[in-house]
Write a protein that binds this ligand. Sequence first.
Ligand code: BEZ
Length: 392
Amino acid sequence: MPSLSRRLVLGGSLATPLAALAMPAIAENGPLKIGVMLPFSGTYAALGEAIASGFDMHLRELGGKMGGRAIELVRVDDESDPAKAPSNVNGLLGRDKVEALVGTVHSGVVMALVQASREQELPLIIPNAGNVAATRELCAPSVFRSSFSNWQPAYGMGRALAAKGVKKAAWVTWNYAAGIESGDGFRDGLQSGGGELTKVLTLPFPETNFQPLLAQLPGLGVEAVGAFFAGGGAIQFVKDYAAAGLRDKLPLYGSGFLTEGVLKPQGAAAEGLQTALHYGDGLDNPKNVSFRAAYKALTNREADVYAVQGYDAAQMMAIGLAGAKGNAGAVKDFAAAVLAAKIDSPRGAFTLSPSHNPVQTIYLREARKGENRVIGVAAEALADPGTGCKMT
Ligand code: BEZ
């Protein structure tokens, strides 16, 4: 398997090359250790908690076993900090000797996990981070996503806006892969219906001084504004947008992370916002109804897309390990089982594309009284283009 340049993968220095690590230990009779690397602090902490809870919930449903083996989870808080990602991954592989990986939320941090999975040939399920490279040019037999590519939800939003007749729009976001690639999706969606993305405004992740960007919006000559923010940053952005008096002048839209899991703290500032995502409130399928009730009973929290992605990551891991008969190193068998499966997700059943990304419906939602109610379909059975993916 080709090794990746440090620069391409991490965009910075790498203290210990992942390739230099010993292969993870395989003790097929003992518990199978899965490294779960997520943010449990910082702006994405709530997202990490929801993913971990969803994963744990399905593991409990399976009686704590996958592929016939007892599962031991080793959790690491990655703090959504790309600079700490290599040492966090090295710790899971070298010190903890995990045999499979689940993680993470942040599109920059996930690249260290992708590199480890490719080099060590151990299964990785990405339960959120949408970095398109993971299922495009860096796709690999061992790398799977239970979530979305950054392009997908924003493409749906752009397409829905073009269908409303919007001709010119701007995009506001953090300057890192998730924000920029979501902007690309928004642009492509707009273009598919004759609209145009005329301006992209950014600030560094995870900064929340939005005022200089908000001040520029009225002068841009656009009819609508789209945004990618999530977690704590999304709470602040939506409140600041409303406080700046922009809601009536320039309608705000976004990929659904803008309002997902954060409607309560956003309060009235979010009421009526339309966003696009592969999940929403009020999806009336039996799996979603039972999932939401069980999640509430277990955590005392309402389920959101992050909980769904964590739950589905556990479903995919269990399916793959069953196919590999509990040997996580049997990547071919693992992959064949996951690719053949229809994942019975609360979002609606989905399959994986040849580059291992969900093919899924992107819903149009509207924030109403604390819920992201599904009001339509923005894009049916949408696959990421998977450009540049060559499965070896
Ligand atoms: C990302 O970094 O890929 C991401 C983070 C939060 C929500 C959605 C995407």
